[in-house]
Design a protein around this ligand. Structure first.
Ligand SMILES: [Zn+2]
Length: 214
């Protein structure tokens, strides 16, 4: 099976992807990572990518497609890919279908982790780290214990406010840009929206059920 996973920054996409990869022996194809690797290899494609990114632009659909095709065409990864960070627009979604069908494969399931902006905000505003032991807390979801030898409020450090502003912008941009792509998959009945606001193990269970239901 091949999957696509979507989720705004802060939705826990990384955690859930890792779980799926391990449980179902899949390979996570993260386009961001592919691009970084290509840049490090210092190929001519790599330098083209790095100059595009340095100009603040997104790499072309053609480059992204060529990088992905290397994996789709490789038997080692046949029917065991999780696409993360691709497709980013409708043209890429159509292209992905074409590429897969060229190698007798298809997308079997599209997951979208859904988290409201309100929860994303609380995850950031409420987050604090104990400067003594490094434990991470959240005053809304996972407050520091009252009886403790270590994690007193004076040791709990919070992140700065600009972190929140950046996170809000990133969330809103992501949701706006990804909407036409998730609509595309909804039209073909592949899209499953998973509530990303429940505890991690519950999200994991829900995703397993969806995968096993394919
Ligand atoms: Zn502590």
């Amino acid at each position: 099976m091949n999957l696509v996973i979507f989720g705004p920054p802060g939705a826990g996409k990384g955690t859930q992807s890792k779980f799926i990869v391990n449980k179902y022996n899949l390979y996570q194809l993260s386009t961001g990572e592919l691009l970084r690797k290509e840049i490090i290899k210092k190929t001519s494609l790599g330098s083209e990518i790095s100059s595009t990114i340095n100009r603040g632009k997104l790499v072309s659909d053609k480059i992204a497609s060529d990088l992905i095709e290397k994996f789709i065409s490789n038997n080692e990864y046949k029917n065991r890919l999780i696409f993360d960070g691709y497709p980013r627009n409708e043209a890429q979604a159509e292209n992905l279908n074409k590429l897969l069908s060229k190698y007798n494969q298809k997308i079997n399931l599209v997951l979208k982790l859904s988290v409201s902006l309100d929860v994303i905000k609380k995850r950031i505003i409420g987050r604090s780290v104990c400067s003594i032991c490094g434990k991470i807390y959240n005053e809304f979801f996972n407050p520091a214990p009252k009886n403790t030898d270590c994690c007193f409020s004076r040791f709990l450090q919070k992140r700065s406010d600009d972190t929140l502003d950046i996170a809000i912008t990133r969330y809103q941009t992501y949701e706006k840009n990804i909407k036409p792509v998730t609509d595309f998959y909804e039209d073909t009945n592949l899209l499953k929206v998973v509530n990303g606001e429940t505890p991690i193990d519950q999200i994991t269970k829900e995703i397993s059920a969806l995968i096993e239901g394919i």
